[in-house]
Write a protein that binds this ligand. Sequence first.
Ligand code: AMP
Length: 514
Amino acid sequence: MNLATWIQRHGRARPSDPALANGERVHASWAGLAATVAAGGGGLRQNLALSPGDRVAIVMHNRPEYLEAQFAIWHGGLVAVPVNARLHRDEIAYILNDSGAAVAITDVEHADDVESLIGEVASLQAVVVVGRGQQWEWLTASNPIPLVDRRPDDPAWLFYTSGTTGQPKGATLTHRNLLMQSLSYFADIDQVQSSDSVLHAAPLSHGSGMYGLPHVARGAVSVMPTSTGLDENEVAGLLGHWPGMSFFAAPTMVKRLADHDAFADADLDGLKTIIYGGAPMYLADLEHALTVFGPRLAQIYGQGETPMTITALSKADHGDRGHPRWSERLQSVGLARTDVEVRVVDDNDHELPAGEIGEVVVRGDVVMTGYWNRPDATADTLRNGWLHTGDVGSFDHDGYLTLRDRSKDLIISGGMNIYPREVEEALLRHPHVGAAAVVGRADEEWGEAVVAFVVADGTEAPPPGELDQVCLDHIARYKRPKEYRFVDTLPTNNYGKVLKRELRERLRVDGADS
Ligand code: AMP
């Protein structure tokens, strides 16, 4: 099964329906996309002399050619390496090197960086720049080739994890993995019709690209914002244009949208589902988003290693305000997805009962085959047939999973486990706390001491005494931060996740200086 089969199928079944759009403008019909993909696959194989299994990197902001490239790569039996377009040149170099990419398809904005890597990245033979000198048009005007057969376990996508905890590694996702994640979208999140649309306001190299797949499978139109990212007014406008619209957004993006005037009185009839996840969404923000968007939100919990598929909190759960545990459920990440088994285990990999906290492990056909060229890291992560997520959580008696933290973020102070997320949730209840990140600092007396980095919401930093009080009101005394540090912003990676290791490093350096 080659995922690019979907494109050829829709090309035949609904040739003149829109497949790809740039804002409100149709960029390609299904027949047009099928032709581009077959010719692009031919160009990569014949003009650039690639063989099945070779890696082709995509370093581009979201634009219609992104999906053309991705499916052309698959059509030709090659492996896509979608690279986060906001990375630094050296980080891009790292991924191209690690994946052994032979070709990179890029846009004008990244062309200088990527072209400068020829010679430096030994495997890199050619760079194709979309939007410059008709290079993409040249490639996609090649002789079309028939779809190249792929086995279910052949790699399709090397997903470089965003690396909040270390150097990026390429999770090897096969055609089967991506097929399973697409099918489980229909099982757990939504049905998709060919009259629907999917908006790519978040990077295609991450969740948006993953959740785009079920939409392609069903023949919905993929819409690229002309801003190439999240522009609140543009999103509001596109909602009125393309019917049945869904999109993936990180929690920070959902918050931005919900806070924006553009949606205060927008017509939301065209909005089907906002799929959010990838990082915790705090309760107050979620409640506000539900007020603005109604029960059109579905939360997913996943990671690159099991492409965005571990648990989900359905739209129905979001809308079930009358349920006695509604608030609790909103703070959970929902129920195990249909195509996976999910357990919480102790340090010896023994399953823990409901209510007990341990590491979340996952098994199923959506789970990666391993990390690209990293047998040790693979063996460490895929132990006994289970993917060890590094996330810490517990199930309740109804089967809803609540995440406490990344295991590496756990703070142990005076022998007590403290999950930073609970402390952050407490601090965010203070009306003048805009954002908070809690980490541990080495401490002679306690082993580790809790330190909160706080971004004030407003001009004045809230007095530490008030922050203490809000913690005392909601969490155990020992979890209260020993120190508050007020900062203008929190360091985040390119997908908006707070870089706790950077905060810990700041504390370490300060500790060494003093
Ligand atoms: P990545 O592979 O870069 O998408 O990162 C995956 C990690 O993001 C997971 O292991 C979790 O720690 C975190 N994550 C993903 N989804 C959620 C969610 N819904 N709530 C809280 N954290 C999440």
